[in-house]
Structures are given as C-alpha cells and as structure tokens.
Ligand binder design. Structure first.
Ligand SMILES: Cc1cc2nc3c(=O)[nH]c(=O)nc-3n(C[C@H](O)[C@H](O)[C@H](O)COP(=O)(O)OP(=O)(O)OC[C@H]3O[C@@H](n4cnc5c(N)ncnc54)[C@H](O)[C@@H]3O)c2cc1C
Length: 432
C-alpha cells in the first residue's frame, strides 16, 4: 500500500517505520521546516554560527520507554544508548530532600533509595514504599478514575510535595488536582515496579530532531519512502477507494491516510468529514497545558550534585546541567510544567528566580545570561480523569489517527506518541 502520513512528529515516524518494515510505502508530510513536531530542534538554532542547537523544550525520558528505544535502534543502531545520558533516578532538591536510586537489583533499588533518602523521616519513607507496593495491585480496567490529589490523600505532605507531585507534573504535565490517577499509576507502575533500569532517567544527548525523527526519515527514504517538509496538508478528500491529500500547490492519492498531528490540528482536517462529526465534537472538548523552558548561561557553572536538580518553592521547576548531557559548557535549561502565574513572568523575572535558586544551592555566582525562553502554550493535552481518547480507526474507512492523545495507557509523552504510531500501523495492517 501507498500510505500518506500527515505529521512528521514522533508518532508519525513511528507509524511510518512500522509500515515500511511491513513492506509498504510511507510518505510523511510535515508542515514545518524541521522534523520532530513538539520534540524538535528549533529551526532558528539549526545554523551552527547561531550557537548550539536548542530544542523547543527540554525533554526527559525514562528507561521504561521501551517502544521509543526499540524504534530508535531500528533506524539507527546503537542510538538508544549513545543518544542519552542515562543515570539512575535521582530527585535532588537543594531545599533539603534527596532521593537517589541505588545500584541494586529491583525492587531493592527503590526500597534502598527511599530508606536512605535525605530529608524524609522514617514514617514518610514507609508511606512512600507502601504506595509503590499498592501500585502493583492496581486494576487498570476502565473503572471510574479519580484525580492524583485524591489518590495521594493518605500520603504525608512532604512525600507528596517532593516525590509524587513533581513526578506527576513532569509525566502528565497536569496539576495533581486535575490529573488522572489511572494514567499516573500506569506510568509509575511501568517505571518503578519493573526492572531497575526502567526507572533510569534518560536525558537527550543530541538535539531532539537528531535523536529519532531525522534518522527515521533517512531510513525511510533509503527504503522507498518519502518525507516532504514545509508541506501543510490543507484538506483530505475521498477519491473512490483512496484518499486525496491536498496542499498548497499539490495533491497526492494514497490508499490509506494516517493523521499523526496534535489533536487541535487533527480537528482542522477531520471537521469537513461528515462521518467524523462526533469525533470532532469530543476532541473540541480537550484542554491543554503549557511547558516553559528557559536556557541560560553562567560565566562559570559549579558542579551539580546531579545532572538535574529540582525546586518546589515558589514554583516547581527542574534545572538541567546541559554540560552533562549535551556538552554545552556552563549552560542550563530550566523547565516549568503546567499552567500557573509564573508563565507570565518576563525574561528579567525568570533570570532573577533562576539565579536565586542557583545561589541557594551553590552560594554566590556571577549573574546568568538568558539564551532563550520558549513557552509551548499547548505543549500537551490536560490528562484528566475519564477523558475521551479516540481509537486509531476513525469512522471514515481508510483514515486512521496516531498521536500522543490517541487511546493508550500513557499521557502526552514521547513514549505515548511512539506507542500510538506503532499501534496505528498494526491496526491499519490488520484491517486491510
Ligand atoms: C516543551 C515540551 C516539553 C515536553 N517534555 C516532554 C518530556 O520531558 N518527556 C516526554 O516524554 N514528552 C515530553 N513532551 C511531550 C512530547 O513532546 C509529545 O508528547 C510528542 O512529541 C507528541 O508527538 P506527536 O507525534 O503525537 O505530535 P506532534 O509532535 O505534535 O507532531 C505532529 C506534527 O504534525 C505536523 N502537522 C500538524 N498539522 C499538519 C498538517 N496539516 N500537515 C502537515 N503536518 C502537520 C506538526 O507540525 C508536527 O510536526 C513535551 C512536549 C513539549 C511541547
């Protein structure tokens, strides 16, 4: 089959790789200049003379992201190892709490991390251990979901603030008062109750486009596929048993179409299709959450106690040492997830806040220089209890969906996007 895939993000390329592996011809259409969608190198930093390439947002993966690592290996052998700085899970807060996974087999790695955690008393440590044990027994059947805040009600305040809430916001990009406990529990279960390596942090050691989308594009093209950047599909039309994809100045016929865009862009393409009316109505109800990344440079950066360190007050954020991951000397990235008044802060206020926290941890430092502040207003869908997530198969024959929001156990993450692309390819093949 000749399959058109709209969207050159991680889900689109995951679908394209799987379909190509099965012997079909995939054409990926990407509206932007740079491949990768919401996980990409910013076009303006592609030019080496403009400084090091920076992404649209600092990303963090975990060892449990098995499908992402598998597909990276398919298109670029070795890249699932060389593409990341891999380190044992470490939640280090200069405010006082520090939880570091120990080099022991599971489940001792985590038990030891909590028992030897700094800044927590014994009763708090045991509460956290009991919470993780309870995860193993959770039934993921679609029973009524609750919020993460409700599920954490029995946890001590310090454990909530320094352990569960930062993990929830980092993984679901949704505040605990609104976040789905079912999805949160699934992410925790996969990362914390499996092999010790599943809980590892994986910090990209390449820009995000070079990590998977670009090698995937090169791999596809070698295998007869095609990738068209700067090609925004403006309409989809039925044409007999096929689908026509139209763009400004061109059109192409495909046996099947996969819409692998963010939900808001999928709506634009699906709205004119009568059979997709109900689907569009449901997707229209989605709400979104922002993510902000600030890149800054210090004249000299002190040695970090871990490649990423966190703060809870006055707003939760993580600071990454980009020298450790990308070799960018004296450079940090600061990530603040989910909405809040801090998203309205200007550059000067951000620099002051960052500097205050850096000085709190490392003592007096010369002032930092802002490299760039990036706010992705619709970084992810808000992952709320019992939300509608569409099936990969749409009511229109031959038209499929992929993307981090499509039905699956994961929140809006790279693993969620890749899994959905793989599942979409499998469903398309099984129903053809
Ligand atoms: C700032 C930020 C930080 C994040 N941090 C993390 C993290 O730490 N860990 C993690 O796992 N996840 C993180 N995520 C989430 C992760 O990046 C996304 O879940 C994932 O990239 C979504 O991939 P996707 O393929 O589903 O969609 P997208 O990446 O949105 O890809 C869709 C593509 O379709 C293209 N497109 C749209 N309409 C059209 C059209 N009409 N024609 C042609 N092309 C079109 C778009 O340009 C885009 O390239 C973060 C996201 C952001 C924004």
């Amino acid at each position: 089959m000749n399959i058109g895939i709209i969207g050159g993000g991680w889900s689109g390329f995951a679908a394209a790789v799987e379909l190509t592996r099965a012997g079909h011809r995939a054409t990926v259409y990407e509206a932007g200049k740079v491949l990768g969608g919401r996980a990409r190198r910013m076009a303006s930093t592609q030019d080496a003379s403009a400084g090091p390439p920076l992404d649209n947002g600092q990303h963090l993966l975990v060892g449990a992201y098995g499908e992402t690592l598998r597909l990276m290996e398919t298109v670029s052998p070795g890249s699932s190892r060389t593409g990341f700085l891999r380190l044992p899970l470490a939640l280090v807060y200069p405010e006082g709490v520090s939880i570091r996974v120990q080099p022991l087999p599971a489940p001792l790695h985590l038990a030891a991390a909590l028992l030897f955690a700094r800044g927590l008393v014994l009763s708090e440590k045991f509460s956290a251990i009991r919470f993780i044990q309870a995860l193993k027994k959770i039934d993921f059947m679609p029973t009524a979901d609750i919020t993460v805040a409700e599920a954490l009600a029995g946890q001590p305040e310090k454990v909530r603030r320094y352990l569960w809430e930062p993990i929830c916001v980092a993984a679901l990009n949704t505040p605990v008062e609104q976040a789905s406990f079912r999805v949160f529990a699934r992410v925790l279960k996969d990362a914390l109750t499996g092999k010790a390596a599943d809980s590892d942090f994986l910090i990209p050691a390449r820009d995000l486009s070079a990590l998977f989308p670009e090698p995937a594009a090169a791999w596809l093209e070698k295998d007869g596929g095609a990738v068209r950047t700067r090609t925004r599909i403006t309409a989809l039309q039925r044409s007999g048993a096929q689908w026509k994809a139209l763009w400004d100045g061109g059109e192409a016929l495909h046996d099947r179409i996969i819409v692998a865009t963010a939900p808001a862009h999928a709506i634009d393409l699906l709205r004119p299709l009568n059979d997709c009316r109900t689907l569009v109505c449901e997707l229209d109800k989605y709400s979104y959450q922002p993510i902000l990344t600030v890149y800054a440079e210090y004249p000299v950066l002190p040695k970090f106690p871990a490649p990423l360190i966190g703060w809870v007050e006055p707003v939760p954020l993580f600071i990454f040492d980009m020298q450790a991951s990308l070799g960018l000397t004296n450079t940090i990235s600061v990530v603040a997830s989910a909405s809040g008044p801090h998203l309205e802060w200007d550059d000067a206020r951000w620099l002051r806040e960052i500097d205050a926290r850096m000085q709190q941890s490392f003592g007096p430092l010369p002032p930092p220089r802002l490299i760039r502040r990036v706010t992705e207003k619709r970084a992810t869908f808000a992952c709320v209890p019992n939300m509608f997530r569409p099936a990969v198969k749409t009511p229109c024959a031959g038209l499929f969906l992929a993307g981090d929001y499509v039905d699956g156990p994961y929140p809006a993450t790279l693993e969620g996007a890749v899994r959905s692309g793989v599942q979409c390819a499998q469903t398309l093949l099984a129903t053809s």
